[in-house]
Design a protein around this ligand. Structure first.
Ligand code: C2E
Ligand code: MG
Ligand code: MG
Length: 585
């Protein structure tokens, strides 16, 4: 810019020089004419000549003024045209031409202005890229999808395919984010190419017509990165359900072959839910919800498959929306209950604590287990509220038991999303103070996935909670994809082996070996072991032989209301055992 600027307003191009010269030339001319006329008029003493000389002088002044008007017109024209350009730009037309052909200072100003507009344009397009393009895959993002779907009618039918990668999270946890990002990029390329039959350059056409954002409906297929490991394919136009299913099949096939990334052979897959535009719904948010629901159904029914939204799912969506609506009122309406499942010492089968398990006393559906509503609570951001209510009810129950001579420690389940909230430790500690309970009377059960998602944050949280007195247990051990060294960085107190590992322990040698190994490892590290889901005496015998410390399961005690726990366990031991076994039979 500096070099270019030097050519403007120099020498005769300078407005100042031009004005000075113009005034000097015109002034001299008028002065000379005036002197000439007056000397002629005065010499002749002729009134006509005198009048003529005055008129001549006035004419030359008028001529000078006219000349000045014309010449300054040349100078102000570039200013006018610059103003027209700035006004166009101010109206948002960043491509308005700035056409000022002048070597004066105004030309320089126009040049700077052009440079400024060019920079502004570059910044705007960068902002567009950041706002509308996914940084990892280069695909258009969710904002673009929302915009494209803002007027579903323009799409003239077609379908939305919600694609969720299977096993991506495990890869990300095990191999790190860089490998995960590479995998996302390569998966996106395969889905575009083999799945949707689009070329590399299709990535660009995915953006065509997308200003801030889409002014017109896309003509062809589009692939969006929705969030995390979720993608959305949009197939506009008159396409049948069968054709949409074929496309979903090709998308699934495109991810079948393993990916080779950083020397690692990685196998993933995807589950797809399809909703038909104009058939299943005309409403964008409903279509997204339906496709999402169908995708969950695909996951539930075994992954690596697609599900076309159907009437059965519509009923389930309706059901879920009702539960969502009711759940938001459940805490305030006092419908949350807690049942307590006892934990027994394997040595003498005495009670060694209880686990608080949330229940929802629904006004019309009866008592619901956490399987029916916890995922809704998570999706609706109600987990914290429900978690606090469970802790509050457990604290009340503990006071009640104590006052009638029954003392025990209560384990509370905490979901990973609750636990990884950096404020979790501080919040639960201040709530415990508020409720008048000691942290040492409680154990917090977290799942092994917590350690995998953000081990530093989890580590810090565990340390603070343990310092305050809470016990920490790893729940459902054996079903996640644990990186054991990462898991064992968390200084927890006990390990709860999941029911699925215990199920066949009395019949399957492999299962027994895995449990024996887990018990040995935990003991070596100074932790106690709880086996979950014991339903048969034979399982209990095997666990006793493997030196497991505690057991929990329907064999010795189901989850039950607080009063029932007290009634059963305030009894002498032998009587208690008989009574419980009788209640199961
Ligand atoms: P979990 O913490 O592993 O709890 C054990 C689950 O296994 C309970 O199911 C219990 O009823 C069941 N169970 C115990 N023994 C046996 C058995 O011998 N056989 C069989 N078939 N099942 C047995 P429930 O109450 O449905 O809870 C399911 C899960 O919901 C819990 O698994 C826990 O992860 C979660 N959960 C429960 N209450 C809460 C809560 O207050 N907050 C949070 N965040 N999660 C909770
Ligand atoms: Mg638990
Ligand atoms: Mg468990």
């Amino acid at each position: 810019l500096g070099d270019n600027q030097s050519q403007f307003g120099q020498g005769l191009n300078s407005l100042r020089v031009r004005f000075t010269l113009m005034v000097a030339v015109l002034g001299t001319l008028i002065a000379a004419i005036a002197a000439l006329w007056f000397s002629l008029g005065i010499q002749s003493q002729n009134p006509v000549l005198l009048w003529l000389s005055t008129a001549g002088l006035l004419t030359s002044i008028m001529a000078a003024a006219g000349l000045t008007y014309v010449m300054t017109g040349n100078l102000t024209r570039p200013i006018e045209s610059l103003r027209a350009s700035t006004e166009a730009i101010a109206r948002g037309d960043l491509d308005a031409p700035v056409s000022v052909e002048c070597n004066c200072e105004v030309g320089g100003l126009a040049d700077s202005f052009k440079a400024m507009v060019a920079r502004l344009n570059a910044n705007v397009s960068r902002i567009h890229t950041l706002a509308y393009e996914d940084g990892i895959t280069g695909l258009p993002n969710r904002t673009v999808l929302d915009d494209v779907l803002s007027d579903v009618g323009r799409l003239r039918g077609g379908g939305i395919l919600f694609i969720d990668l299977d096993r991506f999270k495990q890869v990300n946890d095990l191999f790190g984010h860089q490998v995960g990002d590479n995998l996302l990029r390569r998966a996106a390329q395969r889905m575009l190419g083999q799945g949707l039959g689009m070329g590399e350059e299709a990535l660009r056409t995915c953006f065509s017509g997308i200003g801030p954002v889409a002014e017109q409906a896309p003509d062809g297929r589009m692939l969006f990165r929705f969030a995390g490991d979720e993608f959305v394919a949009l197939v506009p136009g008159p396409v049948s359900g069968g054709e949409l299913c074929d496309i979903a099949g090709r998308l699934i096939d495109s991810l079948r072959a393993p990916f080779l990334i950083d020397g690692q052979k990685l196998e993933i897959g995807c589950s797809i839910g399809i909703a038909r535009i104009g058939v299943d719904s005309d409403d964008a948010s409903e279509l997204s919800k339906f496709a999402d629901q169908a995708m969950y159904e695909a996951k539930r029914s075994g992954r690596n498959r697609y599900v076309l939204f159907n009437e059965e799912l519509r009923a389930a969506v309706h059901d879920r929306s009702e539960l969502e609506r009711d759940l938001s009122q459940a805490v305030d309406n006092g419908e949350i209950r807690v049942h307590y499942q006892p934990k027994f010492s394997i040595e003498d089968e005495t009670i060694a604590g209880v686990e608080a398990l949330v229940r929802w006393q629904h006004p019309t559906r009866g008592l619901l287990g956490p399987g029916t509503f916890l995922d809704i609570a998570e999706a609706k951001g109600l987990l914290d509220k429900i978690g606090r209510e469970v802790f509050r009810l457990s604290a009340v129950q503990l006071h009640h038991w104590r006052s009638s001579g029954f003392d025990t420690r209560i384990a509370i389940n905490v979901c990973p999303s609750q636990f990884l909230n950096p404020a979790f430790a501080a919040n639960i500690l201040s709530f415990a103070r508020e409720l008048g309970v000691e942290p040492r009377d409680f154990v917090l059960e977290i799942t092994e996935t917590v350690a995998m998602s953000d081990s530093l944050a989890a580590d810090d949280q565990v340390r603070r909670l343990k310092e305050a007195g809470f016990g920490i247990a790893i729940d459902d051990f054996g079903i996640g994809y644990s990186n054991l060294s990462q898991l064992y960085k968390l200084k927890f107190d006990s390990l709860k082996i999941d029911k699925s590992l215990i199920d066949n322990i009395d019949t399957d040698v492999e299962a027994r070996r895995i449990v024996a190994f887990s018990i040995g490892m935990a003991h070596d590290l100074g932790q106690t072991v709880v086996a979950e889901g014991i339903e048969r005496r034979q399982q209990l015998d095997v666990l006793a032989a493997l030196h497991c410390d505690y057991i929990q399961g329907f064999l010795l005690g189901r989850p039950m209301p607080g009063d029932a726990v007290q009634a059963a366990f305030a009894q002498p031991r032998d009587f208690r055992r008989q009574k419980l076994i009788a209640s199961i039979a």
